[in-house]
Design a protein around this ligand. Sequence first.
Ligand code: NDP
Length: 288
Amino acid sequence: MIDRYAVAGNPVEHSRSPTIHQQFAQQTGQHLDYGRLLCPLDGFKATLQAFADHGARGCNVTVPFKFEAFEMAARRTPRAELAQAANTLRFDAPSEGGWLADNTDGVGLVRDITVNAGVALSGQRVLLLGAGGASAGVLGPLIEARPAEIVLANRSFDKAQALVDRHADWAAEHQVRLTARSLDNAGQAYDVFINGTAASLSGGGVPVGPGVLRPGTLALDMMYGPAAQPFLQWARDHHALARDGLGMLVEQAAESFAVWRGIRPDTAPVLASLRAQLDAPLNRTPSP
Ligand code: NDP
């Protein structure tokens, strides 16, 4: 029987993950099928259990189930534990210890910044906007990259503070200054600015002023496709290096693939082919 995987979420119809994983499978000679699993908002657990009971080997998890996925697993990797959210599940048998939850968003983001964009994080000042599932997943690996400072700013300040509190020991261990701020006091002239809010997705514009940028700042929106365009234009207008979330998407997928299959695909050709597809006119908004 062919090994089956899927991206589980709501919505999932526009997800690029099946295309990415099919390309990874071809490239590495792995025989697998990767589809989409639309889960009712009140039926994530049941849908996933049925998928696993029918022999599936694992899944990616997207909005809004990353926290629920984390709760469901018998075992969690340290990076999932820090995030308290999972974007990757491996349906290991009970005799193997049970389901494993992982979070590959952060390692994907860091790899996209440092390898694909060629921008160093070490010693830099970083502004991360948002305190939802995506920011929870990336904060730990961002700290591991040892910037001098990370400011986490969010519309709901309490959520930013809670995330910062949870990562305080990790930040101290890596000698990173980590603080929570409100959006209207986000600070000035960062080296790296990461928008991990859903503002672009909802057409809400950039939630902070251009003072957070300086010429040459890497300004990265986790969104990609048409919905990311206003952010990218704003960044270019203010002489920043504009980047969308497509590279992060491909890199987190490669890490998930490695968790399932024990082999890491080459992301460069897959990112190039997706970039070419996205540069063709699109009239819909993809989700991770
Ligand atoms: P969540 O729904 O968990 O969190 C949303 C966050 O955005 C919250 O911090 C929320 O603030 C904030 N927010 C929403 N709307 C606005 C607004 N108009 N102005 C300011 N802040 C706002 O979403 P996720 O964290 O899971 O995802 C965030 C984004 O990242 C999405 O666009 C998603 O598509 C993208 N993403 C991309 C990935 C990739 O691989 N490229 C991977 C994962 C996510 P508050 O707490 O105040 O509500």
